[in-house]
Each structure stands twice: as C-alpha cells, then as structure tokens.
Design a protein around this ligand. Structure first.
Ligand SMILES: Nc1nc2c(c(=O)[nH]1)N=C([C@H](O)[C@@H](O)CO)CN2
Length: 118
C-alpha cells in the first residue's frame, strides 16, 4: 500500500524547552507529517467517514501539544507518534518536527520520527 495522507507545516504554540526560561514563554513548533492509509473504501464510497481525516488529526495534535509542557522536541515527536498510533489504525507514519527559532544561524532544527512499515 502506498496511499498517504499528509499534513504540512502544522503550527502549534507550545511550552517547549530544555531550559527553565523556556517554560515562561510559548514557542512555535511546526509539524510535517505523512501517514499511510488505504484509500480504497473512502474512494469506493466517496465518504470522509472512511478517510484518515486530516482536519481531525490536526486538531488532535494541536490540543495535545498546546496543552502539555515538554522539554525536548524528541519527546514531543514520540508522544505525538504514540497518540496517532493509539487513535488511528496507521501502519506507517513519519513526523518531521521543527523548532524554527531555536538556533539563530539555522533556518530550522528538529527531529524526524518514523514508525511502522509502509
Ligand atoms: N536534540 C535536541 N537538542 C536540543 C533541544 C532539544 O529539544 N533536542 N533543545 C534545546 C533547547 O531547548 C533550545 O531549543 C533552546 O535553547 C537545545 N538542544
């Protein structure tokens, strides 16, 4: 199966950082996510009920990330991957998580987490 749903540049304002001062502010986290999903039934019935609903997935991530304090971007990426695999029957997913202003000289920094098989 090679059908995928993606969410690009999903932006959350989160309490995130390894240092104490970072827990007094909100910082931007940006997610690029790809998720394997078999489109067969959704296409056959042309019905969103059988889709992996990108709007619902986006809201679930934002609700979680914007209401939970984290130290590391690694923790955010792992917990979001866990959340998605618990909530949806996703066989494979890839999350690229950016913390855009964390290194002044870099366009962006962050982590990539991949789960399952495509
Ligand atoms: N691999 C990581 N390195 C760093 C992280 C992180 O979450 N993962 N975080 C920081 C600080 O929070 C930084 O973003 C702010 O100075 C440093 N390195």
């Amino acid at each position: 199966m090679s059908d995928k749903v993606f969410i690009s540049e999903l932006t959350a304002f989160a309490t995130i950082g390894a240092y104490d001062w970072e827990h007094t502010i909100k910082q931007r986290l940006v997610f690029d996510i790809e998720m394997a999903w078999d489109f067969q039934r959704a296409v056959a019935e042309d019905n969103v009920e059988y889709c992996l609903d990108y709007a619902q997935v986006s809201q679930k991530i934002l609700d979680f990330v914007e209401n939970t304090p984290f130290k590391l971007v690694e923790t955010v990426a792992h917990k979001v991957a866990d959340l998605l695999q618990q909530e949806y029957a996703i066989q494979w997913l890839r999350i690229q998580l950016h913390k855009p202003k964390a290194v002044a000289q870099a366009a962006s920094v962050g982590v990539i987490v991949e789960r399952g098989r495509c």
